[in-house]
Every structure is written in structure tokens, then in C-alpha cells.
Design a protein around this ligand. Sequence first.
Ligand code: UGA
Length: 447
Amino acid sequence: MARSTEAVGIVGLGYVGLTTAACFAARGVKTVGIDVDEEKIAGISRGKPPFVEEGLEEMLRKALKRGYLNVTSDYDALADARIYYITVGTPNTRKGSIDLSSVKSASRSIGKVLRSSEWYKLVVVKSTVTPGTTSQVVRPLLDSESHRRQDNFGLAANPEFLREGHAIEDTMHPDRLVIGASDLTSERTLVSFYRGFYRSLPKTIRTTPVNAELIKYASNSFLATKISFINEIANLCANIPGADVSVVAKGMGLDKRIAPSFLRAGLGYGGSCFPKDVQTLIKLAEQVHVNMSIATTAHKANRRQALVAIELTQKLIGDISGKKIAMLGLAFKPDSDDMREAVSLRLIRELMNKGAKVTAYDPAAVPNARRIFGDRIDYSKSVKECLNRADCCIVVTEWPEFSKLRPAHFKKLMRTPAVVDGRRVLDPQLFVKSGVRFAAVGYSGST
Ligand code: UGA
């Protein structure tokens, strides 16, 4: 492992901040992680991440044990750091625009630390922020709190592209680095840090803060649009005899210009990033009188897509009032316990409105679901328990264990074996042949 003498402070220990901190510390960077949530700090210092993320717990424990990572709520601990990362959350307000209050408070606190500093320091904005935030919001707060010692610190926007569930891999092996520095010294400082960290610098784009901020929104909105597009093709396939979106998507993806990723049709995208970022981009464009019609449609189409599962369920079993619906998957995607903006939320509410009795199973997200739905739905400890005496099963999240299910599992356990594959993890041929009532997103051969 390369050892670096650079000390780094990371403010905000959500999944981006904590993963970044653990990865830096794992490669010998002296790292201080700050969060205002004392309970979170207490758990992390015991080596317990507050969310499910592949490999993180082990990495965190090692980093703490070896003394490369210190987590605290005390900003004084940042005094010796040379680079400060802002990784706090940027949720949406009710009206869909960005809430920068955590970014502002982190900037103020870092500004105070800068006040007494003797050395040149660099502040890096990693949180997803709207264009102009780094220069027009963070910079003035740092200036005023540090008593205008601009020459003593640099500033850069450096968005992250980490996928939940793959955050360590994405941090250690990024496709690209985006460095939007406000001046040459800031750029060189950050490039030199990353050169030390990665040994061989990943593909790097050096640009202005505003372009860096936009790259993040444009990337997430493009990927979200790609998903909504394939979902639209899926809905078309479902109405054309013999058509199957998984074959169509495969054929499209072989074209290098299109590429196969993000062409998995399903019940739509969720999570803490895509829905929020697409909405923020639309709102931002509105403010400068630009109509983002493609992003707007992608967003609306995504909201409707979850309901395809209800339509397919009704197609299979008719009226769903009083029926037991087994829901396989609650998290917004596999390898995560995150239910923020998950498709399952919309679906559960809709099913309850229609009088269905929902029983759900998820390998990781049940504790989070309990916090949201309490005892209004039932929770199962296994697929088997979930399917028991159910009238219809809906696959909502593509956990690998669900793709191993065969018609016999459903036939043996359910009251009426009827399956809606909302994520295309089951082989339609096999199910249709087996006599199970089967429907899937983007598949016209539903029985
Ligand atoms: C996303 C981006 O992929 C990251 O690059 C970005 O850094 C991150 O947001 C962020 O802004 O912080 P993440 O939210 O973890 O990462 O999830 P993804 O793996 O991108 O999936 C998002 C949603 O799209 C999930 O609900 C997933 O089920 C859905 N999806 C994805 C599809 O429906 N079809 C696909 O083909 C791919």
C-alpha cells in the first residue's frame, strides 16, 4: 500500500463521504471524517457503517485499527488536514430545487478552521451541487469565515460518480476524474494528491467549477433518460406480439455508440440521486428560461413506470382487493438497503390503496421498510415465507437470489401461482411453459 503524508478532512459521512474516507485511509492517507450526527459517529468509530455497502465494514475496521482514520464531530480535528472535502447531502426542497443548507454550514465550519491556518489548504466540493455553487456560495462563506485569507486556500469542484453497492470499486477504479478548480494552484494540488493516491492518474478532465458541477447533473440525467427510454421501448414491446425488450436491448447495446449499460428495462429508477438530480436540473433550467423537455419527460415516464407492475398484476389475477401480494425486493436496487425514492414505496402505497395485503421480503432493506410502513404491511424473513399462500408475486428489485427462482418454487408455495417480473430476472419461456401465470415488463407473451 502506498503511504501518503497528505492529511485529508472529509465533512459529511454519508455513503459518499464515508466510502471516500475509508478508501483514502486504506491507502495510507491520514484521514479525519467529520459528521454532526453523534450517533452516526459513535457507530462508525466502532467500525459499523450506518448503511449496507459491499466491503466497507471490513475496510473501515482496518482503517480505524491502523490509525489512518479518525471520525469525530469536532471540527478542531481538521486543523492538520491539507485538503478538505465537502461530502454533505444536497436534498431537494419540496418544490424540487436544491437545499444547500448542509453545504453552507460545512463551508462556514471549514472557513473557521482556515482562519487560524498557517499553511495553504484546498477545499474540494464533492457533494452534487448546482452550477455556480462552488464559486458563488461556498467561496464567499469560506472568505468571510476565514477573514478573507483567499491566498491561503484553494477551491475546486470534484463531483463523484459512485454507485451505491459498488462505491469502493468506483472510488478505487474510477472511469474518470472531473476536476473543476478555481485556479491553477488548486488544480495542481488536487491532481498531485490523486496522482499519489492512484499512482497512475485515471483519465482526468480539468475544467472550471461550473463545468464540473454540470458534468455531474448531465451525466445522471442522461443515464436516467436512457433508462426511461428503454422502459418506453419495453412498454411498446409488451403490446407487439412476439416482442421482448430484453432481446431488443441486447441488440441495441452491441452498438458501441449505444453501449449495453443502463438498458435494463424495469419498473423505473429510484435512489437518492437520479430522481433528485433530474428534478433539480429541470428546476434549474426553468430559472434560466430553458425548457428541458427530454429530462422532464424522462422524469414523468419514470413516475408512471412503477404502476406497470399493478397493471400486470391486475391482468393476471383481476381485482387485487383483499389479495395477498408477495413483494420480492424493497431496496431501490440490489446490494443496498437504501429505500430512498425506491419503486417499492410507490408500489406498496398503490397496492394498499387498492385494498391488497402486502407481504415483503428483501435481503437488506426490511429494517428501513419497517421504519416507513410499520405494521401496515407484513415482512418475511425469506422468499419462501413471503410466497406462502400469496395470490400474486411481484419481483421489484433484482437481487441475485430472485433470479435463481424456478416455476416450482412458486407453484409449491403460492395459493395461485402468478408472477409479475418487474425487473426481468426470470426466464419467461420457462415460466410460460410451466403453467405459472406470468407477466413481465417489456414481454408481450404474458398469459
Ligand atoms: C447513481 C449513478 O450511477 C452514479 O454514477 C452517481 O454517482 C450516483 O447516482 C450519485 O449521483 O451519487 P446509484 O444511485 O447508486 O448511482 O444507482 P445506479 O446503479 O445508477 O441505479 C439507479 C437506479 O436506476 C436504480 O433504481 C436501478 O435499479 C435503475 N436502473 C439502472 C435501471 O432501472 N436500469 C438500468 O439499466 C440501470
